[in-house]
Design a protein around this ligand. Structure first.
Ligand code: N01
Length: 548
């Protein structure tokens, strides 16, 4: 029964036992679980709807890059059976509908306050409670704060000079208006070639009068092979969903390689590009196309091998894009495959063969300023009606450092994380008692499929909160030594990977934002090992945490 008294925790002077910040996938599921366990929960959400990422990122082409049948929750077999996915990779509208269905099906909306962003959260040491100030001027007091704020939710937009003088419309893919943007026949400029830009560009090209792509770094992107899911494929997965979910929960990346999933060419550990012949590489190109760059076992660890794989990728770009100068600009040159999250596309490179699409290579022709008519580069003004920023996120830490988040002794999280985020297994931060994070820094992060990953994390946090309540505790805090030890383990696990290669700048390591500390706060040891560790912490009576 939800919302009823729970031993040792419920206190009528509090507005809630637990405030959850965010009503995306993790906030919705945490609300369901924690309220079922008897906690009084309030969810605060800045958006006008639920869904988090899948609410905000409604730009043309927005789509998940994980197969739908796996990018979904497994906590309720009935939900699994009743929900039908239409495509291998679901589009944003379908996932948003799914999350709204979950909010309705489990009657979650009554505890969610929409359009209520959190401005500040302050730990009150005298009462072991959090005081939360909303952007709407309300104040709430709760025993615990659960941050379901997401790793890719704090939008980043470069501050180009003159931006406020632009006479046209400026939009961001990650803040796309609910009532859409007028695009038909217009002169559109787009900045950014990560997953968001690469997905949006082919769609925008189909409706724009002219599309100009402003590119700072060329993308590694592979054809998604997306297609409709057949009834048979769906039925086959649904018939053995329990077994597949068990595989997801126990695997390093929360995957089960379902038949409904599009199987990608994966690296063969025994196939080495360094010892391959030109004929073997040519044959790989003929057989695998762009994916010829992904089949080599040595490319993940050895930069010379990686560069040879990159050259195969470049060859495919040159074979696809007709204009040799444009093709050359679209060839990644300065960073290895595997440094950034692989991007999946639907006709990205082919889009640059269209007569209504042009590329501005910012390496050769940098932006000088934005003017009322468009964007002035070194070579002249590109006239635009709409300027779209697909420029990514202040990732992993940004959603929390943008809040005035004060822990013990008035310390500010933004200051504590000035040299990069530090946390104990992503669950909590030393100095910030009674605060939990779902998939925070130091967890496996975005590398593991989110819905099953969220289920595991929320389950662990809910058990911990239940343990605290059942034993009458009101204070829990990460021990600094446990945090230091875990951060060292995260760092060690990342050694030698492409994520931390010297030439790698990405949102994973903070290198996408000028001035941000370069730290790679994601555990590469795999979700299976991570959860084994989390379970052993629980079994030990929560070693690494001070409880009273
Ligand atoms: O962001 P990004 P994203 N001037 O940081 C460029 C998930 N996601 O929103 O590489 C010019 O990857 C920047 O250039 P550079 C997924 O995990 C998933 O696209 O920094 N350009 C880069 O090209 C993904 O990894 C899905 O030099 C500037 C781009 O903007 C993550 O979100 C869909 C610039 C930003 O790319 C982030 O993806 C969408 C500047 N000043 C997102 N600043 C799917 O499921 C930045 N850029 C498929």
């Amino acid at each position: 029964m939800r919302g009823e008294a729970i031993v040792g925790s419920t206190n009528s002077t509090l507005d809630a036992d637990i405030v959850i910040v965010g009503a995306g996938m993790s906030g919705l599921y945490a609300l369901k679980v924690l309220s079922e366990r008897g906690f009084r929960v309030v969810v605060l959400e800045r958006a006008a709807g639920v869904g988090g990422t899948w609410y905000w990122n409604r730009y043309p082409g927005a789509r998940c890059d994980i197969p739908s049948l796996e990018y979904s929750f497994g906590f309720d077999p009935e939900l699994e059976q009743e929900w039908d996915w239409t495509e291998h990779f679901a589009g944003q509208p379908e996932i948003e509908r799914y999350l709204n269905h979950i909010a309705d099906r489990y009657d979650l909306r009554r505890d969610i306050r929409l359009e209520t962003g959190v401005a500040a959260a302050t730990f009150d040491e005298a009462t072991d409670t959090w005081v939360i100030d909303t952007e709407t001027g309300e104040q709430l007091r709760a025993r615990y704060c659960v941050m379901a704020t997401g790793g890719l939710s704090a939008p980043h937009r470069p501050d180009w000079p003159g931006l406020d003088t632009f006479a046209g419309e400026v939009v961001q893919t990650s803040l796309w208006p609910e009532d859409g943007v007028e695009l038909e026949g217009r002169r559109i400029g787009i900045v950014g070639n990560g997953s968001s830009g690469v997905q949006a560009i082919p769609e925008l090209a189909q409706v724009a009068g002219h599309l100009t792509v402003f590119q700072r770094t060329a993308a590694f992107t592979w054809p998604s092979q997306n297609k409709p899911l057949t009834d048979e494929e769906q039925a086959e997965v649904k018939a053995r969903y329990r077994e597949l979910r068990a595989q997801q929960y126990a695997s390093p990346l929360a995957t089960a390689n379902t038949s409904g999933a599009v199987i990608f060419t994966v690296a063969d550990p025994d196939r080495h590009i360094l010892s391959s012949t030109p004929e073997e590489r040519e044959a790989a190109l003929d057989e695998h196309g762009f994916s010829a760059s992904r089949i080599w076992g040595d490319a993940a660890k050895d930069l010379d091998a990686n560069e040879m794989a990159v050259e195969l990728f470049r060859e495919m770009v040159r074979r696809t894009v007709h204009d040799p100068e444009v093709a050359d600009s679209l060839c990644p040159k300065d960073y290895p495959i595997g440094c950034k999250r692989p991007v999946l596309d639907n006709g990205y490179f082919e889009t640059f063969n269209r007569p209504n699409v042009s590329l501005v290579d910012l390496g050769k022709d940098p932006v000088v300023e934005v003017v009322p008519d468009g964007v002035r580069t070194m070579k002249g003004v590109v006239e635009l009606d709409v300027l779209i920023f697909a420029t990514g996120f202040d990732a992993v830490s940004g959603a929390l450092t943008r809040i005035e988040l004060r822990g013990r002794d008035g310390r500010l999280l933004r200051d504590d994380w000035a040299d990069g985020p530090r946390a104990f297994m992503g669950f909590g931060v030393a100095g910030y008692p009674n605060m939990f994070m779902i998939i925070g820094p130091g967890s496996v992060g975005v590398l593991a499929t989110y819905p099953p990953h969220i289920e595991l994390q929320v389950g662990w946090i809910a058990d911990f909160l239940g343990h605290l309540a059942a034993n009458g505790h009101t204070h829990v805090e990460v021990e600094p030594a446990a945090q230091d030890e875990w951060c060292a383990e995260v760092e060690a696990a990342a050694q030698g990977s492409m994520f931390t290669a010297p030439t790698c700048n990405s949102w994973y390591n903070g290198g996408n934002i000028d001035g941000k500390a370069r730290v790679f706060p994601i555990y590469l040891g795999g979700l299976d090992r991570f959860m084994a560790r989390a379970r052993s912490i629980a079994a030990s009576g929560y070693e690494g945490f001070t409880i009273r």
